[in-house]
Structure formats: structure tokens, C-alpha cells
Design a protein around this ligand. Structure first.
Ligand code: S3P
Length: 187
């Protein structure tokens, strides 16, 4: 058993942060390291709706997407502990954030603008980034959302290098967090 597998994770770990922060990439690796299942919230929403996130935005609008997102994440939080990559806007919705606060351990993957821009530029599937200049949109989202992401239980800087670097930071931060929770409970 690896050191990470020996960590007892009492609740689902929810990765939050902007598009391109690495929530799915790190989430998958984190799940493997902890011996847990990995679930991607956007993929679950697509499976439930029978169409892509982009099609939901186009046909029903962002508000309908947020509603579906809230239902899917609340349902997933009711399942046994796993690693959940949430969509970038989910933690910004107050009800979804409260559900995550109550039922999960949130980890904000914080990344700077250039990293986000480069990583999101690899795929053309984010409706919000098609509404204008992606750099300006991401900069606005950083200003609007970072104060809220900062409410996550744990913050980790997403490294501009191999995923293993960020993964190890996440594992270290998670261990520190779980140790402090256990200490708090024992006091
Ligand atoms: C969104 C992020 C996307 C997806 C949707 C909206 C956002 O998920 O949920 O396009 O509001 O930041 P990723 O963060 O997984 O790209």
C-alpha cells in the first residue's frame, strides 16, 4: 500500500478552480493514488442530459446548466467518498458551494492566467471562452471568482510542469488538512 493509499479520506474530495486549472488531470491521478474512484461532474451532467455542456448552454442557457450542475453534484456528494472534478463555475453557486462545504473536502487548484490560457487553448469546448477574447475572459473570471475559490478547505498552486508535481502538493496538503482535522476532533 502506498503512503497516499493509507490516508483515510472520510468525504468526497472536490477539486475546484477555473477552467484549465487541471481539475480532471490531477483528479484522476489523485484518485489512483488514494485508491478511490474518479468522477468528472461535467461528464456526469452530459450523461444525464444526453448532450454536451456546450449544447446545454446553447439550447437551454447557462442558468439551466447551473441548475443541472447543482443537482448532479448534490447527488454525487451522497455517494461513497471519491474524487470529484467539479466544473469551474459550480463552487461559485452559493447552494452548490454549501453542498460541497457540508458533504465534501474542497481543494482549490489555483493557477495563473498564462497557465490557464495555454491549457484551455488545447480544446475548443468551453462556451464561456467563446464569448470574446479568452485572455480577457479568464482575467475577468480570476477577478470575480478567486475570492470565492479561496473559501475552499485547501488551496494548492497548480504547477507549470509535470502533473506529478501538483499531485504531490495536493497529497501533502491533504495529509496536513486531515491531520489537523483529526487533532481538532481529539481536543
Ligand atoms: C465552466 C467550466 C467548465 C464547464 C462549463 C462552465 C465555468 O468546466 O462546467 O463550460 O463556468 O467555469 P471545466 O472547469 O471543467 O472546464
Amino acid at each position: 500500500m502506498s503512503a497516499a493509499e493509507s490516508l483515510t479520506v472520510p468525504k468526497t474530495i472536490v477539486l475546484v478552480g477555473l477552467m484549465g486549472a487541471g481539475k480532471s488531470c490531477i483528479g484522476r491521478r489523485l484518485a489512483t493514488a488514494l485508491g478511490l474512484d474518479f468522477v468528472d461532474a461535467d461528464a456526469e451532467i452530459e450523461a444525464a442530459a444526453g448532450c454536451t455542456v456546450e449544447q446545454i448552454f446553447e439550447s437551454h442557457g447557462e442558468a439551466a446548466f447551473r441548475d443541472g450542475e447543482k443537482r448532479v453534484i448534490t447527488r454525487l456528494l451522497g455517494q461513497p467518498p471519491h474524487v470529484l472534478a467539479s466544473g469551474g463555475g459550480s463552487f461559485i453557486d452559493p447552494a452548490t458551494r454549501e453542498a460541497i462545504r457540508a458533504g465534501g473536502i474542497s481543494i482549490w487548484l489555483r493557477a495563473d492566467l498564462d497557465i490557464l490560457l495555454r491549457r484551455t487553448g488545447r480544446r475548443n469546448n468551453r462556451p464561456l471562452l467563446k464569448q470574446g477574447d479568452p485572455r480577457a475572459i479568464l482575467q475577468d473570471l480570476i477577478e470575480q471568482r478567486y475570492p470565492t475559490y479561496a473559501e475552499a478547505d485547501i488551496t494548492v498552486d497548480s504547477a507549470d510542469g509535470p502533473p506529478e508535481v501538483t499531485l504531490n502538493r495536493v497529497l501533502d496538503a491533504l495529509k496536513t488538512y486531515l491531520d489537523s482535522q483529526a487533532k481538532g476532533a481529539a481536543e
